[in-house]
Design a protein around this ligand. Structure first.
Ligand code: HEC
Length: 208
């Protein structure tokens, strides 16, 4: 009797183990397939938008493109205005850009406006509003950053510092496409960026 009980218990256990195993195998296979596809397409993230969101965070786009408010450690990102660029109503910083250029200074006003030897530039509105990148095409975004062209259109001025020096200009097509897909999901904020005040480029150094 005892033996019979033992055998049937062992049988039951082995049956359970087999069933669990076959279930696990299927689940594992499922995960492996998804992970492989996602890794190849979206940098290991489950969607292009999620990958873009992560790249925006890592590349510090908010550092310059999100207006600041004062916090216990000094200026911090005002996420209610996420990625909306230099606030249109903020008066320009009282800085003589020619003087800054002479002294080799680069000065920033709350990180959204930058003055240096190139003049003054204002961080752009990157939200999905029409005053941001709402009407932009993907090719335009790629051209803007890869060819360093304002708005990514033919015949526009060059993209200026600090943006022209940012790692975003070195990113791959796929990385920029992911960022663009994410930016299209960023809540629209109406904010027209002031026109950059650019200084003429310095004359070429005298020939020796
Ligand atoms: C150090 C500050 C800084 C950081 C970091 C930064 N930007 Fe910028 N960005 C600027 C400034 C300033 C401008 C305006 C440049 C100009 O007027 O030529 C700008 C312009 C742009 C433009 C051009 C907009 C247009 O209308 O042509 C795009 C697109 C852009 N940034 C995207 C990004 C993205 C995406 C990131 C993160 C991956 C990023 N920026 C990180 C400061 C920054």
């Amino acid at each position: 009797m005892k033996r019979i009980v033992f055998i049937s218990t062992a049988f039951l256990i082995s049956l359970l183990v087999t069933r669990c195993n076959s279930k696990d195998e299927k689940a594992d296979a499922g995960i492996a397939t998804t992970a492989t596809t996602a890794a190849a397409t979206y940098g290991g993230f489950e969607s292009q938008v999620k990958w873009g969101e992560r790249l925006v965070f890592l590349a510090g786009c908010n550092d310059c493109h999100t207006p600041k408010k004062m916090g216990p450690h000094g200026p911090e990102n005002d996420m209610s205005l996420m990625l909306s660029g230099h606030p249109t109503q903020m008066p320009p910083a009282a800085i003589d850009s020619k003087e800054a250029a002479k002294r080799g200074l680069i000065v920033t006003q709350t990180f959204t406006s930058w003055t240096g030897p190139w003049g003054t530039t204002y961080a752009a509105n990157l939200t999905s509003d029409s005053t941001g990148i709402g009407t932009w095409k993907e090719e335009q975004f790629l051209k803007c950053l890869h060819e360093k062209k304002w708005m990514g259109l033919e015949g526009t001025r060059p993209l200026m510092p600090p943006m022209s020096m940012m790692p975003a200009t070195e990113m791959s097509d796929d990385e920029l496409k992911a960022i663009f897909a994410y930016l299209k999901t960023v809540p629209p904020i109406k904010n027209v960026i002031p026109v950059a005040a650019l200084l003429p480029p310095p004359p070429p150094p005298p020939a020796k």
